[in-house]
Design a protein around this ligand. Structure first.
Ligand SMILES: Cc1cc2nc3c(=O)[nH]c(=O)nc-3n(C[C@H](O)[C@H](O)[C@H](O)COP(=O)(O)OP(=O)(O)OC[C@H]3O[C@@H](n4cnc5c(N)ncnc54)[C@H](O)[C@@H]3O)c2cc1C
Length: 432
């Protein structure tokens, strides 16, 4: 179950931490968020060390679909309704700066970067698409409204934004990583004031960035109540027509399409981790009907952290631990949002004002209906009297037949059939 990104690529290797070290900023986690934070900080003259529990980009980043776009589902209408136009403008500004930074960096990095048109469509409601268009007009984002797209699906409406991009996430991340001080197979066990303890030694640091996908310190910030994980499945197909552009259904359980190197990357089958959903079967059924000659080259799956208001948490981890920062909750839009995080955290750590930081503040209100859903989910699974249990907060695990894994419906930790930890926020193997 390897993504196409992991095929035929030379992975840079990094040593394991062998002795205690000291640095200005410690970055925990070697996915795209951690690597971009390290790169931006280092370019601003700050000494950093990045530690990765396993191999860099072995988590979500190695399994993404790598569309670089300002169109994050129907986000702008949502932000305007919840927070007003100014905040939607701030969100857009941060994402635009991220897009521009990719464009500049990719001129010198061989990462198959390619400008593409981006489409978000709805199969259910033209009203949702028109409302999003109205939001675009308020914040100054140009788009074309369409009622038909060149894909074998019936839509009610779509928005097309030009000059977006796609790339190869591993070629990009590995190239930046070569410039950083990284220790692989080095897992942070505990963070203390002024540093962290890993399974290989101690690291002293004035500041720390937690870029572990789902933050692992439960004591602060309440991230386990502010986020859940949503899992999606991808097929790489040959012998199909190739989409000229990148397409995403506005419904979080809908399909996504992009092309890479003569292959169609078809995403979907999504569900809350630990719940039932369509998985690869749904995608194969779609391919059988619409692309009868298709040849499946690869299939894989991954998941992302979903926040209460669909915007990431970027900034101080918790007011109780002021020198620790976080970049998480990318809601399946972690390419531009992790670049936005790297820019915002670089500015915060350098003591510079960043006008967009406020909109992503992790300490913003939790008064959203999703908070009650997350609480209820945790409660129900906590009192469900079955084994095995998740070592994170003790919820009952559910067996995922498609992937032969034990998955936690509360916060999305996952374990192999034999109980070995696959995905955080749990930090240990499962309890029987
Ligand atoms: C199916 C799918 C498709 C997607 N497609 C897109 C897309 O087209 N465009 C887009 O913008 N976004 C997309 N996303 C979202 C994007 O891929 C993610 O938001 C992003 O890759 C997350 O990166 P990350 O660095 O936060 O996490 P990761 O890549 O998971 O990195 C976190 C790292 O931290 C390490 N770690 C964890 N705990 C510790 C510890 N205690 N000590 C040390 N290291 C630790 C892990 O081993 C891991 O390597 C998609 C998501 C999904 C699920």
């Amino acid at each position: 179950m390897k993504s196409i990104w992991a095929e035929n690529i030379q992975r840079p290797k990094f040593e394991t931490l062998k002795k205690d070290v000291k640095t200005d900023v410690l970055i925990i986690g070697g996915g795209i968020a951690g690597i971009l934070c390290g790169y931006m900080l280092q370019k601003s003259g700050i000494d950093c060390v990045l530690v990765e529990a396993d191999k860099i980009c072995g988590g979500v980043t190695g399994n993404t679909t790598a569309k670089i776009t300002l169109q994050h589902g129907l986000i702008y209408d949502k932000i305007i309704r919840k927070y007003g136009v100014d905040r939607a403008k701030m969100y857009l500004k941060a994402q635009q700066e991220a897009m521009d930074t990719y464009e500049k960096l990719c001129q010198k990095i061989d990462s198959d970067y390619k400008l593409q048109e981006s489409y978000v469509y709805s199969c259910n409601s033209v009203y949702d698409i028109e409302s999003e268009l109205a939001a675009y007009e308020k914040i100054g984002l140009n788009a074309n409204l369409l009622y038909d797209i060149p894909l074998p699906i019936k839509i009610k409406g779509a928005l097309l934004v030009k000059n977006q991009a796609q790339f190869h996430p591993l070629k990009f991340c590995f190239s930046l990583a070569k410039e950083l001080t990284i220790y692989e197979n080095t897992k942070v066990i505990e963070v203390f004031k002024g540093g962290a303890i890993t399974n290989r030694g101690k690291i002293l640091a004035e500041k720390i960035i937690v870029a572990t996908h789902f933050p692992f310190m439960n004591k602060y910030g309440g991230y386990f109540l502010k986020m859940y994980q949503h899992r999606s499945y991808v097929l790489a197909l040959e012998n199909t027509p190739l989409p000229n552009g990148m397409y995403v259904d506005a419904d979080e359980n809908g399909l996504s399409f992009r092309e890479y190197n003569g292959k169609l990357l078809l995403g979907g089958g999504s569900h809350r981790t630990g719940k039932k959903g369509g998985n690869w079967n749904e995608l194969r059924q779609f391919a059988n009907i619409n692309y009868p000659n298709f040849k499946e080259i690869a299939h894989w799956a991954t998941q992302d952290c979903m926040t209460l208001d669909s915007m990431p948490y970027i900034g101080v981890y918790s007011r109780k631990i002021p020198n620790v920062y976080v970049a998480t909750g990318f809601n399946k839009w972690g390419m531009t949002s992790s670049m936005a995080a790297a820019i915002i955290l670089r500015d915060m750590i350098n003591g510079r004002q960043n006008d967009c930081a406020e909109v992503f503040s992790p300490s913003r209100s939790v008064m959203h209906s999703q908070f009650a859903v997350n609480m209820a989910e945790t409660l129900v699974n906590f009192i469900t009297p079955t084994v095995p249990r998740c070592p994170h907060l003790g919820c009952a695990l559910k067996y995922n037949k498609a992937e032969h894994s034990w998955d936690c419906p509360c916060h999305g930790s996952r374990f192999t059939k034999d109980g070995k930890l696959i995905e955080n926020p749990a930090t240990d193997d499962k309890r029987m």
